[in-house]
Design a protein around this ligand. Structure first.
Ligand code: PMP
Length: 498
């Protein structure tokens, strides 16, 4: 990524002090090069001089000489207090080789950029030393390396060709998934299963392959779906549905937004992301009935199903579906390996064939090696063995996290005990600017997902995950986070009183 969400370019280069070319000249050359190649655009800003000098490993005076040179050339504009901005790419220097107007091309694309906070999260996740308190993945320590090795060795023997695969995905994998799904009451042949490159791709395929612009996607008011721009990018409207402790409330769906043939309902009924809510069986049947009567298909996102702790959750909506109302999404990302980039979409044959046909035009199928590897995990019984080992480890992490919260957050937040999945939905007691908290936490090397990225409004909540950070990181990170919250609350309180 060459830019952060504030339009400040990323600099990951240092001048070479052993070169004969003086340092300011090297810096000038580097900046001109970035602009002339189209990496940096007119309007982009450079980091502030203090920071830039630090990144480049030079004295401020060296940088000042380089900046003055670039200003004199009309390439950048340096305003006191407003930073340094790239102002022109068509000056004489580049007359013969001015790059295309990439900014205009970028702004013309159909797909919206990510939510700015998510862009920052995606980048900071890989910053050295950062404590990831909200990451929705298993820690690498929870992935069984011995079993993975065994599976990959078998793959080397079984995957005798790495040619393209059939349009719906590897038949062995679809058969293994058909067997796996039948334990959850979903009885479908392999022809009703499409292998996708992560369940995100299934959402993308549905958005481009099945809906008209202006369609309505009903969804839980607070939802993972809000943190994406998939449906909005193709001009569809997300319509929030109120929730209670049982999840989405069908009776509260605003029927004014219903129009036949172009509405859908997206839900995460089991270990909901981010609230952790599990929809009870009764509500599932009620929701299915409502959707059947109103002819609204459901996308059931069941990403966290296998991660239950003490009790198996109610069966998926899909298992009660006698009328082909539900498109069911599963993924291996949460319970085993997001790097496989494998998910599955289950639905009526006509829909699966159509979306499979579109997928062939987009990427000619999901990665064949991953498909063989997952087949091996499922067929050999290793996946079930792994889940049996994983569950107590996740329970231990959840319990320790709850103890830490009890110690440091008792007077500043409330939460519920999750019965599965990865998340604790922390509701802060006082109104607090979570964007400010996010920035302060990041400065203290703590990465959090503020609740507002899952909501239509600022909501005073934080998604905490116990699946990724190690216990010692959770102890340090959560205490640091609690201190920051107390500090902000105290400062805000003082500001109100003064
Ligand atoms: N659905 C839900 C509810 C999720 O939480 C996630 C991952 N955050 C996904 C889908 C995407 O998963 P995948 O890696 O399969 O694309």
């Amino acid at each position: 990524m060459s830019k952060n969400n504030a339009g400040i370019v990323t600099v990951d280069w240092k001048p070479d002090k052993s070169e004969t070319l003086p340092l300011p000249n090297q810096i000038v050359k580097y900046i001109i090069d970035k602009i002339s190649k189209g990496d940096w655009l007119v309007g982009d800003r450079l980091p502030c001089q203090r920071e830039l000098a630090k990144i480049l490993g030079v004295n401020r005076s060296t940088l000042v000489i380089a900046i003055a040179e670039l200003v004199a050339m009309g390439i950048i504009e340096s305003n006191f207090g407003k930073g340094t901005k790239i102002v022109n790419t068509t000056w004489s220097l580049f007359m013969s080789s001015a790059p295309p107007n990439w900014k205009s091309y970028i702004n013309s694309g159909i797909h919206n950029p990510n939510v700015p906070t998510i862009q920052v999260i995606n980048r900071l996740e890989y910053k050295k030393g950062i404590i990831r308190l909200s990451t929705g993945e298993l820690s690498p320590n929870l992935i069984p390396h011995d079993m993975m090795e065994e599976a990959l060795i078998s793959v080397a023997k079984r995957a005798n060709s790495l040619n393209y695969l059939e349009p719906l995905g590897l038949i062995n994998l679809r058969q293994a998934l058909s067997n796996y799904l039948s334990r959850y009451g979903i009885h479908v042949p392999p022809s009703c299963i499409l292998i996708v490159s992560g369940s995100l791709q299934a959402l993308h395929l549905i958005s481009i392959g099945m809906l008209k612009p202006n369609s309505t996607i009903f969804t839980e008011r607070i939802s993972y779906l809000r943190s994406l721009r998939i449906f909005q990018s193709v001009k569809m409207n997300l319509q929030d549905v109120p929730m209670d402790k049982s999840g989405i409330i069908p009776a509260k769906i605003d029927t004014r937004h219903l129009s036949s043939g172009d509405s859908l309902l997206y839900t995460i009924p089991t270990f909901h992301n981010p609230t952790g809510i599990v929809m009870p069986e009764r509500r599932r049947i009620e929701l299915l009935e409502w959707c059947k009567i109103n002819q609204v298909p459901i996308i059931e996102d069941d990403a966290y199903r296998d991660l239950w702790f003490d009790h198996v959750p109610p069966l998926p909506l899909k298992s009660y579906d006698q009328h082909g109302v539900v498109l069911y999404l599963g993924t291996i990302s949460k319970s085993l390996a997001p790097g496989f980039r494998l998910g599955w979409l289950v639905g009526p044959e006509a829909v699966i064939e159509h979306l499979g046909d579109i997928k062939m035009q987009i990427d000619y199928g999901a990665n064949s090696l991953s498909q063989w590897a997952l087949t091996e995990w499922l067929e050999s019984g290793m996946y079930d063995k792994h889940l049996e080992i994983l569950r107590p480890k996740l329970i231990e992490r959840r319990d320790i996290t709850l103890q830490i919260l009890e110690r440091h957050f008792k007077n500043i937040a409330t939460w519920s005990t999750p019965k599965g999945g990865f998340y604790i939905w922390l509701k802060l007691n006082t109104k607090i600017n979570t964007a400010k908290l996010f920035n302060l936490a990041a400065e203290s090397n703590i990465l959090i997902n503020p609740g507002s990225i899952y909501d239509v409004v600022e909501n005073n909540c934080i998604r905490i995950s116990y699946s990724y950070a190690e216990i010692d990181e959770l102890i340090v990170g959560l205490q640091r986070l609690a201190d920051l919250i107390k500090n902000i609350t105290y400062k805000d309180y003082r500001e109100i009183c003064s």
